[in-house]
Design a protein around this ligand. Structure first.
Ligand code: N01
Length: 546
């Protein structure tokens, strides 16, 4: 599809411009999709709510924010020149570095000229007569395109609790996922952090270094494990550069695109001594190995899961001096790895510091935010700063915040009332020419690897349309049903399905997200890719093309 071949027809109250494709979002997926669509000769417009590129790495500027994936497994793999030019300073790079990296990509490919910043998309409506999407921004301006690509992320819709009195707090208050660009100074301040997920854990470790007093409000402890970050000296970076092909090949082969992959043995295949030694080794190694490189049955076999949970609980007991605090930090309602494991750097040791206190909000719930701090059922605390590390309306939240209307005037929210559906997470019947780069039920894991695959898949489909003079693609309902059967099937037997978390679609701060659902694809990334590639290889028989 070139601009010249794009059919436009005048519409009443015509929109300001017509594009071959509109991309919503200038994070990693939006940027890479923009590059690929330009290669197809498409006229592309990107709308981005922020004032800069980077998505997750633009919005999440909280102190201590960094990768949990090894840096060199996270960057884009498509540009070999860039791989040779760029140096990661740490095994798990901090947010400012990743933001710089994504800005470099935007500069290198001159992407900003087609990105409209401070442009939040409010609605997108399929126009059946013209076969075009009309996208409406918050400002009221309207834009039309043949194709609509959502690059809006899986964890990008921050959610706040609704404690009474929040608006009346007289100090500073921040959500980790909407962090200001100007640095927040914690030195000598009384600080509250509410929430102990991956964002909360990273924030706590950092704030504990500067605050006069840090009080952590924990509702559910998570099983955290050491990150073992470290600097990458130039000679090691040179060695990594020489291994990039091998690194990305490995990511392609593993279950969730990390460098780690499950050990082929089951937990009880080995002697107790051998098991302990293996777990010790994992606990002393970098990254997610202890979660996704562990015995292959820890997330499906209850006894195996109890064994790894016992091991990590003992570590917490060894690291936290006050046994009562240690017990509060050990999860009791879910096993290790059944929720996302936050990786940490001296997180547990923070609780040995005299300036750090832990409040269990299950025992003493937060009753209200007062003008000067927080009141729980048994105490009143004074704070200068409150940090809400309260997470996101994950997976479908970013979709629900835009009014998507598809064929026959059906709203996406209505379509997803009984639960989100999709074909390989990227297409939805009733929503022609709309492609979701990180839609529900796409493979997640080490996300840039999934992004590159999904963008390439969408690009291949668009090239197919272009080469065959087609302008319309929509998933067939029976293909969606078959994919959803597969999604449901692979989730069977996973211990994580018995636990509330964003991974099972639960967010107590959002209406309609109180019960567990199969919210994400839990099969392996290679299986996911085989399924998606099969659709393309069979000539898109699962799609209506016209
Ligand atoms: O969000 P979360 P997150 N009262 O939903 C608590 C990715 N990520 O932003 O568990 C009291 O995990 C809530 O308590 P509970 C990563 O995939 C990656 O931390 O609901 N507490 C929980 O403790 C991650 O999993 C990286 O009982 C309240 C916390 O807030 C995902 O993003 C870094 C509350 C929310 O935790 C989300 O992580 C950061 C209330 N009313 C994030 N409401 C890296 O790669 C909520 N909570 C490193």
């Amino acid at each position: 599809m070139t601009p010249a071949t794009l059919q436009t027809s005048p519409v009443t109250g015509a929109a300001s411009a017509t594009w071959d494709a509109i991309i919503i979002g200038a994070g990693m997926s939006g940027l890479y999709q923009q590059i690929r669509l330009r290669e197809l000769g498409m006229k592309v417009r990107v709308f981005e709510a922020g004032t800069g590129v980077g998505g997750t790495w633009y919005w999440n500027r909280y102190p201590g924010c960094r990768f949990d994936s090894e840096s060199y497994s996270y960057g884009f793999s498509f540009d070999k020149e860039l791989l040779q030019e760029w140096s990661w300073s740490e095994h798990f790079a901090p947010q400012p570095e990743t933001e710089r990296y994504l800005n470099l990509v935007a500069d290198k490919y001159d992407l900003r000229r087609d990105i409209q910043f401070s442009a939040r998309v409010k609605a997108a409506r399929w126009d059946e007569v013209d076969r075009l999407w009309t996208v409406t921004l918050d400002s009221g301006s309207r834009h039309r395109s043949r194709f609509l690509i959502t690059a809006i992320g899986a964890l990008s819709a921050p959610t706040m609790p609704d404690f009474p009195g929040m608006d009346a707090f007289e100090g500073e208050a921040y959500h980790t996922g909407l962090w200001p660009k100007t640095p927040v100074d914690f030195t000598g301040k009384r600080v509250a952090v509410i929430g102990t997920g991956a964002s909360g854990v990273q924030t706590i470790q950092e704030v504990a270094k500067a605050a006069a007093q840090l009080t952590v409000f924990q509702r559910t402890p998570n099983w955290c494990a050491p990150l073992h970050n470290g600097r990458i000296p130039p000679e090691e970076m040179a060695a990594i550069r020489a291994r990039y092909d091998e690194i990305f090949r490995r990511c392609d082969e593993t279950f969730s695109c990390f460098l780690h992959t499950p050990d082929p043995r089951n937990t009880f295949d080995v002697s107790a001594e051998e098991r302990e030694a293996f777990l010790e080794k994992l606990y002393s190694e970098r990254g997610f190995g202890i979660w996704v490189g562990n015995f292959k049955d820890i997330l499906t076999n209850r006894a195996a899961n109890e064994e790894i949970s016992r091991f990590v609980a003992d570590k917490i007991r060894q690291r936290v001096k006050d046994p009562k605090v240690a017990e509060l930090l050990i999860p009791k309602n879910h096993g290790f790895g059944t929720r996302r494991v936050p990786l940490e750097t001296r997180y547990y040791e923070c609780y040995n510091q005299p300036n750090v206190a832990l409040v269990d909000t299950r025992a003493t719930p937060i009753e209200r935010i007062t003008p000067t701090g927080i009141r729980t059922s048994d105490a009143e605390y004074g704070f200068d700063i409150i940090v809400y590390a309260t997470g996101f309306d994950a997976l479908r939240g970013a979709f629900d915040r835009i009014d998507f209307t598809g064929r026959d005037g059906v709203a996406l929210k209505e379509k997803w009332q009984g639960g989100a559906t999709s074909l390989v997470g990227m297409l939805q019947d009733g929503f022609p020419n709309m492609f979701m780069l990180l839609g529900p039920h796409t493979a997640l894991g080490n996300i840039p690897r999934s992004i590159e695959f999904n963008v390439d898949w969408v690009t291949r489909l668009l090239r197919h349309l272009q080469e065959n003079s087609l302008t319309y693609a929509e998933a067939r309902p029976d293909a969606v049903a078959r994919w959803m059967d597969h999604v449901m099937e692979v989730a069977q037997g996973l211990l994580s399905m018995e636990v509330d978390s964003w991974m099972t679609g639960v967010n107590r701060n959002v209406a309609g997200r109180q019960t567990r659902v199969v919210a994400r694809y839990t099969g392996s990334a290679p299986t996911y890719r085989a399924w998606a590639n099969g659709i393309a290889d069979r000539g898109y028989a699962e799609l209506v093309l016209a």
